[in-house]
Design a protein around this ligand. Sequence first.
Ligand code: ATP
Length: 411
Amino acid sequence: MTLAAADPAFRIHAALDRLAADMPALGVAVSGGGDSMALMHMVADWARGRRIMVATVDHGLRPESADEARQVGRAARALGLPYATLLWQRGTEAGNLMASARDARLRLLSGWAQRNGLSAVLLGHTADDQAETLLMRLGRGSGIDGLASMAEWRDAFGIRWLRPMLGAGRQDLRDWLAARGIGWTDDPSNENEDFDRIRIRKAIAATGLDVAALARAAGHIGEARDALSHYAAHAARDAVIRNGSLTLPRRPYQDAPAEIRRRLIVAACRWITGADYPPRRNTVLHALNAIATGHRVTLDGALIEPAGDRIRLFREAAAALRAPGSPGGTWDNRWKISGLKPGQHVAALGMGEMARVKWRLSGLGRDEAAASPAVWEGDRLVAAPLIRAAAPYDLRPLRGAADFHRLVMAH
Ligand SMILES: Nc1ncnc2c1ncn2[C@@H]1O[C@H](COP(=O)(O)OP(=O)(O)OP(=O)(O)O)[C@@H](O)[C@H]1O
């Protein structure tokens, strides 16, 4: 028996030292299952003066869920840890129930962490979860980002999520709990073979696959992904950002590995359009091929134009024309505009009016100018502030260079 198997707490405490040593206040997300119950007890042993809080999300999907949450509450209080149950008020979300429950869980936990001044929330994913995720995603053809294991990341609200148990096995943790007489609840959906994860879990058990080796592979992929992110961020420094458009020097782009080219283009496209999701894989491949052969191409509402020693990316005029007009504030998820009078609205300049605003003098290309914001009164053009500064209209891009770098790192 290895030392870690004899007492997985050593390994978890070491991971906590690595991930959270400098954090004075931490949350633990506990479902009541074996993994997160073990996590809660191990964190309580490790905490030494840190403020630790515990929360369960009650999804209300099973009649026992409220009772299970109360049991977690009792166990937390017995360890001297403040506890909260967070209730999911289900809306009318369509689609996959498990995926909505998971999104809601992370949202509720993140809000709880913010309200309580916690710098991070600990999750109980184990090496087994990691191995299952790797096999599931391999089956779906995910790229390196999907296959990589993540022991820590930060969400949009600045909350860090930490997974200190990726080095521990599910059975070892249950043995650890049993040896201490600590109970846990088994979610019946863990036996439901309708879920890919459960089928893969059973296949791993039946074939005797080495879970720890699979989890380590996911860890190595994670390291490779981080190295790629840094390469991409380095390449992104060459980007020139102006007037809501982006220019990449062609040479370093062409010399970069395919994965970096993909990241730069996907990040640039999302930076231009403000889309929440990356474009679909086959449309990205099509765009990358077009760029490689020197052709103009559109990608999810962005126009990409290889020209001479540069690649220019900007908003596609047709997409900007489809964006709803705005009475001021934000428009087309790209610009923030103020100074409009009542009865005026912002919409794309379009091709029709371009002759009147001398767009050539602005240094903008034809399509770029057509996609630029203009102030209208009914269908009368009042001003085109990007082309000629026009007080009192004040125009600011919603995203800057830092946002582009963030997107490049995220893909
Ligand atoms: N209802 C819940 N309340 C609080 N924390 C939970 C809850 N469900 C899951 N967690 C936390 O998330 C961890 C992982 O659980 P599980 O694998 O079920 O979640 P998931 O978010 O669906 O994971 P994945 O990222 O693998 O999809 C748990 O160990 C626990 O820390």
